[in-house]
Ligand binder design. Sequence first.
Ligand SMILES: NC(=O)c1ccc[n+]([C@@H]2O[C@H](COP(=O)([O-])OP(=O)(O)OC[C@H]3O[C@@H](n4cnc5c(N)ncnc54)[C@H](OP(=O)(O)O)[C@@H]3O)[C@@H](O)[C@H]2O)c1
Length: 309
Amino acid sequence: MSEGPVLVTGATGQHGGTGAYVVRRLLAEGLPVRALVRRLDERSEQVADLGAELVVGDLTDYRSLTVALDGVSAAYFTFPVDAGIVPAAAHYAQAARDVGGEFRTVVMSMGPATQRHPSHLGRSQWLAEQTLQWAGLDVTILRMAAMFHENLPLLFTRSVRDEGVIRNCFGDNPMSWLNALDAAELCVVALLRPERFADKVAHYLPGPELYDFHQVAKILGDVLERPVGYEPISREAWTESLLGLAASPEAGLLQPNMARHIAACGYAVANSQERGNTDYHDTGLFQRVTGREPVLLHQYLTEQAGNFR
Ligand SMILES: NC(=O)c1ccc[n+]([C@@H]2O[C@H](COP(=O)([O-])OP(=O)(O)OC[C@H]3O[C@@H](n4cnc5c(N)ncnc54)[C@H](OP(=O)(O)O)[C@@H]3O)[C@@H](O)[C@H]2O)c1
């Protein structure tokens, strides 16, 4: 890596919050960090307090991206689970080309990033990845083939608190679980030790645990010391319920695009033809790649218990 700073996008994020973790880890490794923030406020101040240089800009503003990317040694690209990633990738790609950078971009991506996935955001993520590659950038794409733990309080606090139940359309199939900060750690490894991801451009990275939602409800019930049930419902019913939650005062970060995406992911898991895919069953991968123990679901839910009460 050259001497320049590493550009980190999404450092003020609050869903997975991977950007701030990447900032902290790179600074701890002694690397200079530049963070792209959309505005100067309390959250950007926290990023500056960590020791990062701030550039105010936007992934859909070419002018600010040429400033942010000037002289960088590498970059971390992330985008929320929301519409708009294709224009963001196109602006980023053009700016990266125009600053003449030979640097590597590590892209936070998701398992559903395929051209035929039922989720519109999954298909958009795939197209964004393609755009970065057509542009000839040096990209390493990490498709986290797992649900982030952080979705559980976001999606199910109300029904668990009020009714002691999780309802969704994931059905009975198991799926992979990963803490968002562990996903961020995988990206840090890709930035610091690119040789570990040198064999191909796009990597599927499952989490350390596989659970279906019956098991997730049981773990949460154990943590809360009261029964939590699981009721599978249809994709349509869950979409409607999530859109209602997204329109309510308890929406938090949930918005309609995320609601439709997550229901489409549930539908894909419930109807999955890919259960034999060994990528999805490699529960030791995180430990092998990072050399440290992952955060497990029980541990995360224990820390979050207050949110469900
Ligand atoms: N959730 C899951 O279960 C899951 C699973 C697998 C993979 N993933 C991957 O994780 C990624 C999300 O990462 P995350 O959870 O760290 O994100 P996050 O916490 O939602 O943060 C998103 C960040 O992007 C910033 N942002 C939004 N629009 C922008 C724009 N136009 N220009 C510049 N910045 C912009 C936001 O800025 P503000 O702070 O100003 O809003 C925020 O800082 C997704 O793309 C997905 O591929 C998620």
